[in-house]
Design a protein around this ligand. Structure first.
Ligand SMILES: C[S@@+](CC[C@H](N)C(=O)[O-])C[C@H]1O[C@@H](n2cnc3c(N)ncnc32)[C@H](O)[C@@H]1O
Length: 356
């Protein structure tokens, strides 16, 4: 479409329409990506060892012949969106190759994010969005999830072991990416004798820390139903409990992807309990927070958009929030800590070292 009639009212209108439609249909791109993860397209191309033609791909995915053209249409959008690239295969047929983004869907790799894609886009997480109107109009403090399903997300998960494992698998996928951040930020953990990973899930992050620093006594602390059946070794143990009551003592408390689940009042409680847990180390203890820190001055539109989208996910699921630098500053000081340092890691998250 030609918008060369610069500045005309029509041009502005067309731009506005495209902008609006683009945002309306963003969900189609998300769902096409989910289909790619479910079908295992990246695995098929990876296992083939070279770009695959549509026919090869459809046959490897064991699709019914009537679905080959449907696969082609999905691949067209996914290719446009940067998940595949087209090249010329043998006999000049178009073949599809992986890109850095679709390589994140190869199963068995430490960087595989398929479980995050399918978990985040599962009806369990998506259905609630049809209740936003009711949520806005109800005179009640509750999450959108609660408004839609009649119970909070944690109760919903805890009722069904398949749901709980799906959630933990999504978290595990995200946590595995931490390996890179750990490599780049070894100094944060050097010199520690003990560490407690609070709300550490099934321990993916702790295991990576344990691998890199086998001498640190690591504890994964989470709800009893999450860690109850897990066993570790001499320097890696699992403890069930409630972080709002107390946290096991250690030189350092790790809070990865935790504080964004909670509002300021509850986050303060977790931070104060964390301060208590490191109190035996005096000024040498520390709390390590891994979460998003929104930089309001950033001109990276895509990054800020992702961070703000995460903020709405946290709000709707948990009444939690992604915090700006200013909000972190206030929360950390309100919890009684004296100083902190924000280190950007893994693209859109930050590691915040907090000192008593
Ligand atoms: C978003 S997940 C983060 C898991 C992990 N830190 C990670 O990055 O993969 C939040 C975790 O908080 C745990 N949790 C929720 N309430 C808790 C409580 N009261 N005490 C301890 N853990 C809790 C959940 O079981 C879940 O594993």
């Amino acid at each position: 479409m030609d918008f060369s009639a610069n500045g005309s009212e029509e041009t502005e209108l067309y731009h506005a329409q495209i902008h609006l439609y683009k945002h309306v249909y963003n969900f189609v791109s998300a769902m096409a990506l989910k289909s790619a993860a479910e079908l295992g397209i990246a695995d098929a191309i990876h296992n083939h060892g070279k770009p695959m033609t549509l026919t090869e791909l459809a046959s490897s995915l064991k699709l019914h012949p009537s679905k080959v053209n449907i696969l082609y249409r999905f691949l067209s959008l996914l290719t446009h969106n940067g998940f595949f690239v087209k090249s010329k295969g043998e006999e000049e047929e178009i073949a599809y190759a992986l890109t850095p983004s679709s390589k994140l869907l190869i199963s068995g790799k430490s960087t595989c994010l398929s479980a995050l894609v399918t978990g985040a886009l599962h009806p369990n997480s998506i259905d609630m969005w049809s209740s936003t109107e009711k949520w806005f109009n109800e005179d009640k403090e509750q999450t959108l999830f609660e408004c839609a399903k009649g119970e909070n997300y944690w109760d919903f998960l805890n009722k069904d072991s398949d749901r709980l494992s799906m959630f933990q698998d999504a978290m595990t996928a995200d946590s595995r990416m931490f390996k890179l951040a750990l490599k780049e930020n070894k100094h944060v953990f050097e010199g520690l004798e003990s560490l407690v990973d609070v709300a550490g899930g099934t321990g993916t992050v702790t295991k990576l820390i344990h691998e890199a620093f086998p001498n640190i006594k690591c504890t994964v602390f989470d709800q009893p139903q999450v860690v109850g059946n897990l066993t570790g070794n001499e320097n890696l143990n699992f403890v069930g409990g409630d972080m709002f009551k107390s946290i096991p003592p250690a030189d350092a408390v790790l809070l990865k992807w935790v504080l964004h689940d909670w509002n300021d009042e509850l986050s303060l409680k977790i931070l104060k309990n964390s301060k208590e847990a490191i109190s035996h180390k005096g000024k040498d203890g520390k709390v390590i927070i891994i979460d998003i820190s929104i930089d309001e001055t950033s001109d990276d539109h895509r990054l800020t958009e992702l961070q703000l989208e995460y903020d709405l996910v946290m709000l709707t699921m948990f009444l939690g929030k992604e915090r700006t630098k200013t909000e972190w500053d206030k929360l950390i000081h309100d919890a009684g800590f004296s100083s902190y340092k924000i280190i950007p890691i893994s693209g859109f998250k930050s590691l915040i070292e907090v000192y008593p």
